[in-house]
Design a protein around this ligand. Sequence first.
Ligand SMILES: [Zn+2]
Ligand SMILES: [Zn+2]
Length: 541
Amino acid sequence: MDSLRFIPLGGLNEVGMNCAAVVCGDTTIAIDCGIGFTDEDGAELVHPDFEWLHAQRDQLRAIVITHGHEDHIGALPYYLKKVRVPVYAPPYAAALIGDRLAEHGLKDVDLRVSPAGSREQIGSILVERFSVHHSIADATGLILDTPLGTVVHTGDFKIESDPCDGQYFDRARLEEVASQGVRLLLSDSTGADVEGRARIERDAEAALEYWIARSPNRVVVATFSSNAFRLRAVLRIAKELGRKVCLLGMSVNKHTEVARALGLIPPIDSLLIPPEEVSDLPRNQVLILAAGTQGERASGLTRLARDEHSRLHLEADDTVIFSSRIIPGNELGVLDVINRFERRGLEVITRDEHPEVHASGHGSREEQRTMIEILRPQAFVPVHGTHHHQRRHLELAAEEGIQQTQLVENGSVLELTRDALRIVDTVPVRRVYIDGMQALTEEVIAERRTMGSNGLVTILLSLRAGRLQHRPRVVSRGVFGVGDRDRVERKMAERVRDRLKGRRFASPSEAEEAAIEVTQRFLVHNHRKRPLITADVDGES
Ligand SMILES: [Zn+2]
Ligand SMILES: [Zn+2]
């Protein structure tokens, strides 16, 4: 075997959808299988198109999951519906994946729990996991022992100087691996623009404690529910300050349950109260722990901000702490939530004014440098981040004296040989949009786009013996104002009748096509409009 290929299928230059393939001889493994969130075209989720991966299914031996964030596990059910392949995941991720598969009715998936430190021979690759710091429990990086040498994939990581317990960074193992030589390092670029070191989790906890202790009335702490360390800290602080905790929303409840089951947070039953009991307690004895930090319309936090929650109401001088960051693209929604709280006289504490209330899960520049310094790889490829972040990370590797570096994009086929690193090909990377639990085809998306921006015109025809029978009926929406609509619809109907009458159509679809063409011309010529036009024959005898 004289080469190894690394092919990112998603996650580069976009938020979410992390998925990559490593191909080595007759072995292909996928690393992560993530989803992105979207409201484009009415879809909710988006994932990489798995066509290319599917074509490799005979040699695809496993999907190896680095950690349990949605941008790394969320697309698993959609891929596993197509093909069954073993999934290896660390404990916290495995618990989340198990629930998600059950929701999708996927029962017989070969899901294997592999904690940090575990080693699995998968085809020609020995996959070893090492523990990293990140904003979720059980985050791991991968040491791939391949016939081409050792390849290290960091996963999402940071390196904390004073980690909160339960979370550690396996520096000793990496130093050992480095002493044997590392052929290639694939490293998380997300924090490449942030100088210095990322704030540590322990400092975010201390800041939360400070602000919660200073809050005179009810406190809402809004955070990413997948961070069990943060949940545990908030629960501890609430207990120490004599506040009962109301868990608001499905995801906070779900993650608290998983974290409890895995022993990441201590028993808390006596601490919890349901939303309807919040108003029974003095205002300074309540803490509400909520997700929905991104201004999601259906979240409990957004409903609190709009005062539309059925069982829970906040009042002036209550406090809302956003222990979170805004994921790019969600700025307007989050600002709206903040403004709604402030207009009602609540105190809102965010990372903008008080950066100490949140700690990122991704290392900054100095942690990225430390990773390179520990491993001293021969070759370096930045992953996880936009093109800009990858480029900045690449500069850092060059500063550190790494000679072989390469920028990759989704679809790049990166080839590693014993002495070279280069892009040799590209594979197609399309996207699949999910609405409800189903994929939207390109056709449906195209229709939604045209309808959404240009409106809809429908022509109803009736045929007898292949000939137009009555005047057609035309219905339009989102094209003309109500004052003009009837008149233009009548004109369109007359035009279709004039052009189609006397003709004999071999099939209903031939008549429909002719009607669409006439209407299209009429609208472009007279009104410069291009709505979605549909036609339907509603009677043929
Ligand atoms: Zn992550
Ligand atoms: Zn990630």
